[in-house]
Design a protein around this ligand. Structure first.
Ligand SMILES: [Fe+2]
Ligand SMILES: [Fe+2]
Length: 270
């Protein structure tokens, strides 16, 4: 299965990209979801998707207060005046994701989580420091979500769920680019030694998250046509793309194609 690269977002020039305008446009051009399609999931499919969809539904939602405050302070320090509005739109979009999943779960009587250990760890990490910490954790979770929503779309025959996942993938690809652009703005203002350490931390966090998500939801990923190796490779490649954006503030399709078509990697994944 081929990974959809970040260049799929077709953003030409990140430095001048109008994120607020994009979010506004996206919000009024969503895929049509017909929630009357309520007889699609078999009992075994419901059992298969329930643990992970409950976890992701919880993770998508947030009141955004910590992020809002961090965005305001960042805007003042860096004179990036548009940033608080961009992040307001971003939080709205994430809450829409959460509501959409909840609505789908309600059709089949899947109860939402109110609390989950992995979600708690992510929330504590996000709020433990300033904007950089929050964005670093967010982009890690969003990279994981890119593989998760593809697996979820593949795992059942539900047309409605596949459409929901398609919208999620479209939105999350853009989110990864947005957070990477924010990291670029943070990293460019400080020394290379610390930046290298942070990149090491990002790789470590990604490996740990891939492992813990796989351990928790491997049945869903298997049914969604992922092996552990493929899930890890896709996640690390998205991270490489994100780091490329953080370093250069541009998207790089050539590097992505090279990684995806490496014959040895393809053979190993079968
Ligand atoms: Fe989301
Ligand atoms: Fe997101």
């Amino acid at each position: 299965m081929k990974r959809i690269p970040l260049s799929h977002t077709k953003i030409k020039d990140l430095s001048s990209f109008d994120w607020a305008k994009y979010f506004q446009y996206n919000n009024s051009h969503l895929l049509k979801l017909d929630f009357r399609m309520n007889q699609e999931l078999t009992p075994s499919e419901k059992e298969l998707i329930s643990p992970s969809i409950r976890a992701f539904q919880l993770g998508e939602g947030s009141d955004g207060k910590h992020l809002e405050a961090a965005a305001k302070s960042f805007a003042q320090k860096t004179n990036y005046q548009k940033y608080p509005e961009i992040m307001k739109w971003f939080v709205l979009e994430e809450n829409r994701h959460s509501m959409t999943l909840k609505k789908y779960m309600e059709i089949y009587g899947i109860q939402p989580f109110s609390d989950l250990w992995i979600d708690n760890v992510f929330r504590i990490l996000r709020k433990s420091m300033g904007l950089e910490c929050e964005v670093t954790v967010l982009v890690t979770a969003e990279i994981i979500a890119l593989s998760y929503y593809r697996a979820l779309a593949n795992a059942t025959g539900s047309v409605l769920l596949k459409t929901i996942c398609r919208q999620m993938l479209h939105d999350e690809l853009k989110h990864v680019v947005l957070q990477s652009d924010t990291l670029h703005r943070i990293y460019k203002k400080r020394g290379d030694v610390f930046n290298r350490l942070m990149r090491l931390f990002r790789r470590f966090l990604m490996r740990m998250t891939v492992w813990s998500v796989w351990i928790s939801y491997k049945d869903l990923f298997f049914h969604g046509h992922y092996t552990y190796r493929l899930f890890k490779r896709h996640s690390m490649e998205y991270l490489a793309e994100s780091i490329h954006i953080e370093k250069t503030d541009s998207l790089c399709p050539r590097r992505t194609r090279k990684l995806e078509t490496h014959p040895k990697r393809r053979r190993n994944e079968g």
